[in-house]
Design a protein around this ligand. Structure first.
Ligand code: SAM
Length: 389
């Protein structure tokens, strides 16, 4: 058995053993599809910049078969990898990656596919996830689209090397892909600020849509059941997943642009607080999803005083920052038209009053009139807009 075959067996086995993969057919697909064919080159982070790596570098193969995200494009620029290879580490924001296999596995399992299902994948990227779908469902049942023609060309080539020929086209996934409809499943491997109605229109009634949400606080994974006439209802899933946003949803629609200036130290009102910032903004915190709902329009930005820490900011110029004193007390400063930290504390009290619901206590309803989250029951009086209208 080749080194690559051994490495991918180990990856599949690790995902099975840690409980990420539970369906034997997905374990078999991960065992079968060689990830290295889809990521001949990528970037690795080093001291805040990106280093270009390819198969000639030591450690390339073990990295490919680790449970890691591999960034393959920066700033939508197809030439950046060659520049970094020639001139050394570069700056940039990832715009394509082969996602963490563990997150891909979660999303593929949450799609609840059955033999013969037709799937639309939005965000072909490297084509690795497409190959997993083709292996499980057959090429004839898979359509994949990406907005970037260079990525589509290389995904097609890599898929072809393994004998796969699904429909793989350049298209804006926000419009779905009507030519292949109707679909039993829609899987979006980038994050959206709201659910495009086209996905519901192009799904069979009862079909499922799995996507991550692009929210500044409390992102997450949702599964929506398509109804009739471009409607849908679903749940936020307990298993979390965070992806780069759909191109058109990058900064739009969140109601906050993160550009509110945070002044220097001790320029706002300072006081102590019992609530650590991590409880509000950390993905590991049970409160985070509710905080994202309650603090509509609030986002996080690195603290200019301490870039390792974050501040809360709102586009209206409001801001709040927190520091931990040597004696373990948390001190918060806030300024601008609204007291964002006071709002965070009020939200925390309200969350306690509601029984401390985790992310999977929330659901979502999508109609042409609007998109809303609700708590526990679609008719609940506790409701929040998915995206500001
Ligand atoms: C995380 S990557 C996808 C990873 C991919 N599934 C894989 O296995 O390599 C996100 C992809 O979404 C694509 N994308 C962004 N906006 C899009 C849009 N509006 N329509 C289709 N694809 C889009 C990006 O070009 C990028 O390739």
């Amino acid at each position: 058995m080749s080194l690559a075959a051994r490495a991918r067996r180990r990856l599949a086995e690790n995902l099975r053993r840690d409980g990420t993969l539970t369906d034997a057919r997905w374990v078999a697909a991960f065992r079968r599809v060689p990830r290295h064919v889809f990521v001949p080159r990528f970037f690795l982070p080093e001291r805040g910049r990106w280093v270009a790596v390819d198969r000639s570098d030591p450690g390339w193969l073990p990295t490919v078969y680790s449970d890691s995200v591999l960034v393959t494009q920066l700033d939508d620029d197809p030439h950046r990898w060659a520049i970094a290879r020639r001139e050394g580490p570069v700056d940039g924001v990832p715009t394509c990656s082969s996602s963490m296999p563990g997150i891909m596995a979660v999303m593929l399992e949450e799609l609840l596919v059955a033999d013969g299902h037709r799937v639309l994948e939005i965000g072909s990227g490297t084509g690795y996830n497409t190959a997993l779908l083709c292996t499980r469902l057959g090429d004839e049942n898979v359509c994949t689209v990406d907005i970037d023609p260079v990525l589509v060309a290389s995904a097609r080539t890599a898929l072809g090397q393994l004998g796969h020929a699904p429909v793989c086209e350049v298209a804006d996934g926000e419009r779905g892909f009507p030519a292949g409809a109707p679909y039993d499943r829609v899987l979006c491997t980038c994050a959206v600020s709201r659910i495009p109605l086209t996905w519901l229109e192009q799904s069979r009634p009862g079909g499922l849509i799995v996507t991550t949400l692009n929210r500044p606080i409390g992102a997450g994974l949702v599964r929506i059941v398509a109804g009739r006439d471009a409607t849908g209802q679903g749940r936020v899933l307990a298993r979390d997943g965070r992806f780069m946003p759909l191109r058109a949803h990058r900064l739009r629609d969140n109601g906050a642009n993160g550009t509110a200036a945070v002044p220097g130290a001790r320029s706002g009102q300072a006081r102590t607080t019992e609530l650590p910032l991590t409880t509000v903004v950390s993905a590991a915190s049970r409160f985070e999803f509710f905080a994202g709902l309650a603090l509509e329009g609030v986002t996080t930005t690195p603290d200019p005083e301490d870039p390792a820490s974050s501040c809360l900011v709102h586009a209206d110029g409001s801001w709040a920052r927190q520091r931990e004193e040597d004696d373990g007390r948390y001190v918060v400063e806030q300024g601008g038209p609204r007291r964002l930290w006071d709002l965070a504390e009020e939200a925390y009290d309200r969350w306690h009053g509601l029984g401390k619901p985790g992310r999977d206590a929330f659901g979502v309803t999508v109609t042409a009139e609007g998109q809303e989250f609700w708590l526990r029951d679609p008719d609940s009086p506790h409701r929040w807009p998915l995206a500001p209208s």
